[in-house]
Design a protein around this ligand. Structure first.
Ligand code: 0GY
Length: 306
């Protein structure tokens, strides 16, 4: 448990003054994975959190959305706010319908609370299986939550690491609502993208047609890192073959987002403009780009939009 209010040592602040992407996002593009943190003065971080971030407000998120050329956001509750979704709900309400949310709820959540979250724009809950971020919840609790949200048409977002896939496989297949997997199940990108580990991940997607995959977070997964010293705008080359495999096999089931404000990065903080330039490397045609950035997230989060 973190009890201090100081930012976790080594934690990098988000990148102020990002460049403009060279890649022009298609009209109506959705940043389908981002967060708000606090501001702590109004929305204190959860006592059980594992890290203390810097503030990253809804207005700063909306300014980034406009700067990069996105039309909409999907704001995902981060573990530093625990199951207190008030900063998330505040952002959704202030967005004028341009943001949807993924919340964290506990099994004791009431129907009135679920209805209020739905009215604010929440369309899913997140289950985190990454031990450095949160204690694993009992599996029956997760299944109970999934049953509770099913009547609202919500989905479950799951965040796990590749090493845990075998253990989680049966649980994931048993969750009774659609799933969205964060960050491609965090593959080890030093391995072969056609090798057994990533094939096992693709098999999970093949096993259920209602699983979507965020081909996100190259900055977290990459070992080769940000743009090469030759100055070419081709960041995170080692992540490309993994993401591209998913996009090409499941073009109607992929989502993309910035992950702003990039929690828990200590080595480098990406320029979000450069991150957007990663997209055409993993989705090389306009049709794939439109599915990834517009059609798929709109179908999941704004199914009634014109
Ligand atoms: C992400 C990744 C991370 C953190 C969280 O909820 C969170 O605290 O999601 C991480 O540290 O890998 O998606 O933002």
């Amino acid at each position: 448990m973190t009890t201090d209010t100081e930012k976790t040592p080594g934690w990098l602040d988000w990148y102020a003054g990002p460049g403009r992407p060279r890649f022009e996002l298609p009209a109506g593009a959705v940043d389908a994975h981002c967060h708000v943190f606090g501001p702590a003065a109004g929305f204190p971080f959860a006592p059980e959190r594992r890290y203390t971030p810097c503030d990253a407000s809804r207005d700063q998120l909306f300014a980034l959305r406009d700067h990069l050329g996105f039309a909409r956001n999907v704001v995902v509750q981060a573990t530093c706010h625990g199951a207190d979704n008030s900063a998330l709900v505040d952002a959704l309400r202030a967005s004028g319908g341009l943001a949807r949310g993924v919340a964290t709820v506990r099994p004791g959540v009431t129907d009135a609370e679920l209805r209020e979250l739905h009215e604010a724009g929440v369309r899913g809950v997140r289950f985190t299986f990454v031990e450095r971020l949160a204690d694993a919840a009992p599996r029956q609790d997760l299944l109970d939550v999934a049953e509770r949200i099913a009547p609202y048409g919500w989905h479950v977002v799951v965040y796990f690491e590749a090493a845990d896939l075998a253990d989680l496989h049966d649980l994931l297949l048993s969750i009774p609502v659609p799933l969205v997997v964060d960050h491609m199940g965090r593959p080890d990108v030093t391995k072969d993208p056609h090798g057994p580990d990533f094939e096992a991940f693709l098999d999970l997607l093949r096993a259920r047609p209602d699983i979507l995959c965020k081909v996100t977070c190259p900055e977290r997964l990459s070992v080769s890192g940000p743009p090469a010293l030759d100055g070419q705008r081709h960041p995170y080359r080692d992540v490309v073959p993994f993401a591209r495999r998913v996009v090409e096999e499941f073009p109607d089931r992929v989502l993309w987002g910035t992950d702003w404000p990039h929690p828990n990065l200590t080595d480098h903080m990406p320029d979000d403009g450069l991150l957007v330039d990663f997209v055409p490397h993993i989705a090389p045609t306009p049709e794939l780009q439109r599915k990834l950035l517009v059609d798929n997230p709109m179908r999941l989060y704004w199914p009634d939009a014109d």
